[in-house]
Design a protein around this ligand. Sequence first.
Ligand SMILES: Nc1ncnc2c1ncn2[C@@H]1O[C@H](COP(=O)(O)OP(=O)(O)OP(=O)(O)O)[C@@H](O)[C@H]1O
Ligand SMILES: [Mg+2]
Length: 234
Amino acid sequence: MLEINDLHSFYGDAHVVQGASLTVRDREVVALLGRNGMGKTSLIRSIMGLALPQVRSGNVSWKGEALVGLKSHQIARRKIALVPQGRRLFPSLTVTEHLTLLKSARATEGWTVERVFELFPRLAERRQHRGNQLSGGERQMLAVGRALMIDPELILMDEPSEGLAPVMVQHLEDIIAKLREQGLAILLVEQNLYSALSVADRVYVLETGKVVFEAPAAALADDPSSMTRFLGVH
Ligand SMILES: Nc1ncnc2c1ncn2[C@@H]1O[C@H](COP(=O)(O)OP(=O)(O)OP(=O)(O)O)[C@@H](O)[C@H]1O
Ligand SMILES: [Mg+2]
């Protein structure tokens, strides 16, 4: 469904994605792991058609169509959503306003504000709160809810568990499992190997902009030691 082949991206002269290749199949949860600065966000931004880093070669193909060269709003229209690292909400907009930025509050097709509130009851209770009045966990829920409002078939989530307490990380894992049951594919950037293993079907490790390891999560769950050398976890 999503196929990345030998992708190279740059910030000016800095070559940060150095020939990455990976695949996300229909209804699959794929984890992208790697230490700080290894190029995970740069790869996600390259898929999403953001201005930087600049893709100079390689292919991103989505259902057979080439995405490189398309703008991010054109990519969003092809049902790929991004939950960016750091959540990126608007401080002065309310929860409901965030959810209806890209879709009318009266829409009845696909994901609606009410359906997002069913998934995240906490957000329903805080629907009039502004972005800057939400906790870290609530912000993350809203970032995911906002991504759902484009009715994605694939969500790119960039470290959604960053900075969350263990109980919120668990909640997020449950949400990811539910979304997969509903037919979504997810490419999940994660630093925590064990959290990734509990939700993902397959795992890739990125090192200096290249995939250096790939395996089914089930195989790793019994033998995580093979990965720890890439991730620096013990
Ligand atoms: N806007 C930018 N301009 C120039 N270099 C950048 C920019 N953003 C990131 N980089 C560099 O690109 C490399 C990859 O960064 P990237 O943000 O993709 O890493 P990451 O794997 O997402 O790290 P983290 O886990 O800390 O989020 C790093 O060396 C970083 O310093
Ligand atoms: Mg990052």
